[in-house]
Design a protein around this ligand. Structure first.
Ligand SMILES: N[C@@H](CCOP(=O)(O)O)C(=O)O
Length: 463
């Protein structure tokens, strides 16, 4: 399997080169040159596999330059850290199938890919005897999951930027209580979009990237998308066992478009699914894109589902590549226009295509709180605010097939929102309670790429 950039200037990369490159050197995002198509017999045999075996089978279709025994070990090690034997179990509540993605070390779906990516990085670094400086941006969940993915690994430093005061108290604590010498948490004065723009600016300085051996843990990195494809298949097989359905529909709380894009790729591989439900909070640029063909920037609003407080969604560019049928010049033109004007509009013909892939709804904070409360009183099950956005969006635009809602984080990560939704309800969890009172380390900086570069340069030999 070879990898190419959405912007056309990088092609023919091996999987390992794509992993280490992160953001493509032409500023685009990397994609596999072809999407493997699963045959019916393959699907049937996959349906009987454990999560870990399924992950191995799917990842091996893309990671073709990793020897089979090594890949198997990396996959097994990655999911050994999950606290549920099924890794991503599906539980039925009322008439909704909840795909629980929060059984990893930091209680969010990001662990599914970042445990694997951390192990993969370590594997390459040992093999090639080199160092890596990871830089990443988070609106709340990626940060701690990335830190947990590389913690204790030699030859790696990690620098995580998050928007000051805009992540939940627990999310912040999960990052800043890691005080290891090679972990650098930076609260920036700005939004997640500012943090992500800084990361991209630094990656686009090719000389700095080479000199400091930079690596990416955001969903810019193809591995993030790849590892998440697995649970869409896993969930479909579990629901099919219970309902004998031909198709399911997934509702995906969406911020950076990475998780839903993994589902879209699963669909291209042959997963029998209806259109994906793209669920946003009041940061609804992606919802407007699907419903009106209007991808235009607005201010980032602070919401009760902070991980989705994003306007500029990284993986959108990957979808554009398919929307434009691999026409990289059209992707470049659209991305340039967006950079200059903050807006891309789509023709009626393209809107028709987009609406064959997605249906979308946006859910504000009040509706999120009502959804958490009514679901809890009806079923006794506590949704985190992001999952609640997905469940609510599905109630607005879902179709008449079994519905799988992705539970992207554990409610214990968002005590403030839960408490607002259900008076006096606190979802305590021992691994979070243990963090309270631990020492913390975090630097606060202006949202300025040169400050982050200085910090990376100053510390890059620490690992
Ligand atoms: N929602 C994310 C934002 C970063 O997105 P990523 O999927 O590109 O890592 C978060 O919680 O940090």
């Amino acid at each position: 399997m070879k990898y190419c950039s959405t912007r056309g200037q990088v092609r023919d990369l091996s999987f390992s080169d794509a992993v280490m490159m992160g953001l493509a050197s032409d500023g685009g995002l990397l994609l596999p040159e072809q999407i493997p198509q699963l045959t019916q017999p393959q699907l049937e045999s996959f349906s009987r596999l454990s999560y870990t075996d399924l992950a191995y089978e799917i990842i091996s279709l893309y990671a073709t330059d990793v020897p089979a025994a090594d890949l198997r070990r990396l996959v097994n090690t990655s999911y050994a850290s999950f606290n549920h034997p099924e890794i991503t179990p599906v539980v039925k509540q009322d008439d909704v199938y909840i795909l629980e993605l929060f059984h990893g070390p930091t209680l969010a779906f990001k662990d599914v890919a970042l445990q694997f990516l951390g192990n993969l990085f370590e594997y390459y670094l040992i093999r090639d005897n080199r160092n890596l400086n990871i830089i990443g941006a988070t609106s709340g969940d990626t940060g701690s999951a990335a830190i947990a993915g590389v913690r204790g690994k030699k030859n790696i430093n990690i620098f995580i930027l998050f928007p000051f005061g805009r992540v939940s108290s627990v999310q912040e604590m999960q990052m800043t209580t890691v005080t290891d010498d090679n972990v650098f948490n930076v609260a920036i004065d700005g939004t997640f979009d500012d943090a992500q723009a800084i990361i991209k600016e630094i990656f686009n300085d090719q000389q700095f990237k080479q000199t400091h051996a930079l690596g990416s843990i955001n969903s810019i990195n193809w591995v993030r998308v790849l590892a998440q494809i697995v649970y869409y298949f896993y969930a479909y097989f579990r629901v099919r066992e219970q309902t004998a359905c031909e198709q399911v529909q997934f509702s995906v709380p969406t911020g950076n478009f990475g998780d839903i894009f993994a589902g879209y790729i699963a669909g291209k591989m042959g997963l029998p699914t209806r259109r994906f439900i793209l669920a946003t909070n009041s940061n609804n640029i992606l919802c407007r894109f699907v419903n009106e063909g209007d991808y235009s920037l607005a201010d980032v609003h602070h919401s009760l589902s902070p991980s989705m407080d994003i306007q500029v969604a990284s993986n959108f560019e990957r979808y554009l590549y398919y929307l434009y049928e691999g026409d990289t010049a059209a992707v470049v033109t659209a991305m340039d226009r967006f950079k200059k004007t903050g807006k891309i509009t789509f023709s009626a013909a393209l809107q028709t295509k987009i609406q064959q892939d997605f249906v979308a709804a946006s859910v504000d904070d009040q509706q999120t709180l009502e959804q958490i409360s009514s679901f809890y009183h009806h079923t006794g099950y506590l949704l985190d605010p992001h999952t609640a956005v997905g469940v609510k969006a599905a109630s607005k635009v879902g179709e008449d097939v079994p519905l799988v809602c992705l539970a992207t984080a554990h409610p214990a990560k968002f005590p403030e929102a839960i408490n607002k939704a259900i008076k006096d309800k606190r979802p305590p969890l021992e691994i979070i309670e243990r963090l309270r009172g631990l020492p913390r380390r975090c630097e606060r900086l202006a949202a300025d790429a040169s400050l982050i570069k200085e910090m990376v340069a100053r510390n890059s030999s620490k690992s």
